[in-house]
Design a protein around this ligand. Structure first.
Ligand code: LLP
Length: 448
């Protein structure tokens, strides 16, 4: 008993005790061969994000195909926060996607790329006046998150004498069974208007009473990296009940119901994906009979990020050195949580490959170059022993990789390339020292 309690203490205390068997080493880097990736690393240098444009296109078509088999009226808005590179957003726009945006910067990006206002959804829990003016002036659909939001939109729309198109984000209080940092639809989260105390009904009543606000939809997003259908089905049930009340009690007929993003991807070898066709079928089994009883069918809006772009991305980095100690053997690389924050922030797992090597497989920690003990990109990984200068590939980094990168420790931000068929485009240059110094001002008396 004492021993098991002590073990639990070690694990909870975050001590680097080996808690589970390491996964066997596979060398596959998906569509790209080791040689191809090594050639990209040589040509563009590392750290480098490589994206497979054909896979992004395929994922979009799989998702759209799966859902349109169930729902006639479907709109997919790409959650651009997952990967904000304009080439990636444009590629998805070409496929027919709209854009789900979170800030003035993302809205301006979508407008610059030619998205129509009605194909952009603006979801944020803290919208500024400038962002709301931009949204209203461009006919962007504003997803309201609080009563404060409702007041601001009513006021600004009246001032601009322009009708605001809105939806309300509900907090459905559904547990998506995912990491707590990316679980958004539980009642203690900062997002959405609570169903409790009839708050969402009150929100719609207030909106309906305003001549400057047009009701377009109802929105939900329960969380991210979800690999089971059940939370989505449960959420659909909550939405349906509410759509019925809106019609019965307030005579409101919605243009759309947004089921959110959140479809996960398998980050581990052998993990099962959540197939959109199967998921759509299950969600349709909840929604369709309800819509029939309702007497109308709203459009279905989805806002995936990760599903579309995560597995298309590979972060290439160079091995600086191998450091063996009596306790842990490290592979030191020239990237870290400044470029890929997911491992340290969510204890996220990304598969790592050593390109061009297969010999002497042993246990390593892949250590980033950031000056923090926690900067380990992969703990306890069985890997072939690399040599200095080798390239490693960190897989499934197309979503929330570059878009969460920072300039911490004054390293450059990586370059990004997009590969479609045989065509390779540089879609972002590596930053340089000029970028690092650009916005800093040295007062005259502190100049060297
Ligand atoms: N819609 C809303 C309102 C969201 O907040 C998000 C993601 C999405 C859609 C897209 O969710 P997805 O389909 O990508 O799961 N940085 C974290 C994920 C944060 C998700 C934030 N919101 C990670 O690296 O796991």
């Amino acid at each position: 008993m004492l021993i098991s309690l002590l073990c639990m203490f070690w694990v909870w205390g975050g001590d680097p005790v080996k808690s589970s068997e390491p996964e066997p080493y596979h060398s596959s880097t998906g569509r790209f061969s080791h040689e191809q990736l090594q050639a990209y690393a040589k040509q563009y240098q590392t750290p480098l994000y490589v994206y497979d444009g054909d896979l992004i296109q395929k994922k979009y078509r799989t998702l759209a195909g799966g859902y349109s088999a169930q729902f006639d009226q479907l709109k997919i808005l790409y959650a651009v926060k997952a990967n904000t590179n304009m080439a990636i957003i444009s590629l998805l726009k070409k496929e027919g996607a709209g854009a789900e945006c979170i800030s003035g910067g993302e809205l301006q990006t979508a407008l610059k790329l030619g998205f129509r206002g009605e194909d952009i959804l603006f979801t944020s829990s803290a919208k500024t006046r400038e962002e709301l003016v931009l949204a209203i002036n461009n006919g962007i659909v504003i997803n309201l998150d609080s009563f404060g939001d409702i007041d601001h939109v009513k006021k600004i729309a009246a001032e601009l004498k322009k009708k605001a198109r809105v939806s309300v984000r509900i907090n459905p209080d559904v547990d998506p069974h995912t990491h707590r940092f990316i679980s958004t639809g539980h009642k203690f989260s900062k997002f959405g208007v609570l169903l409790e105390e009839d708050q969402v009904m009150d929100a719609y009543k207030q909106i309906k009473a305003s001549e400057w606000v047009e009701i377009w939809g109802l929105h939900s997003h329960i969380g991210s990296q979800i690999l089971e259908a059940q939370p989505f089905e449960q959420n659909a049930g909550v939405l349906l009940k509410f759509i019925k009340r809106l019609k019965d009690e307030l005579g409101i007929q919605l243009k759309f119901v947004d089921l959110g993003g959140g479809i996960g991807i398998p980050y581990h070898d052998g993990q099962d994906p959540l197939e959109p066709a199967a998921l759509a079928k299950k969600v349709a089994e909840v929604l369709k009979p309800g819509f029939e009883m309702l007497g109308y069918t709203p459009e279905i809006w989805l806002e995936p990020g990760r599903y579309l772009v995560a597995d298309s991305g590979i972060l290439l980095a160079s091995v600086i050195s191998v450091k063996d100690t009596p306790y842990t053997d490290f592979v030191n690389v020239n990237t870290g949580f400044n470029h890929l924050v997911r491992p340290i922030l969510y204890e996220a797992y990304h598969r790592i490959r050593v390109l061009g090597r297969s010999e002497d497989v042993r246990l390593f920690d892949v250590a980033g170059n950031i000056c923090e003990t926690g900067d380990i990109l992969g703990h306890d990984r069985l890997l072939p022993t690399p040599k200095d200068g080798d390239t490693i590939a960190i897989l499934d980094t197309g979503a929330y990789g570059f878009s969460m990168a920072s300039a911490y420790n004054s390293f450059d931000l990586p370059a990004e390339i997009l590969v479609r068929g045989d065509k390779v485009d540089l879609i972002r240059e590596r930053t340089n020292l000029e970028d690092l110094f650009r916005h800093q001002k040295l007062p005259a008396d502190l100049k060297p």
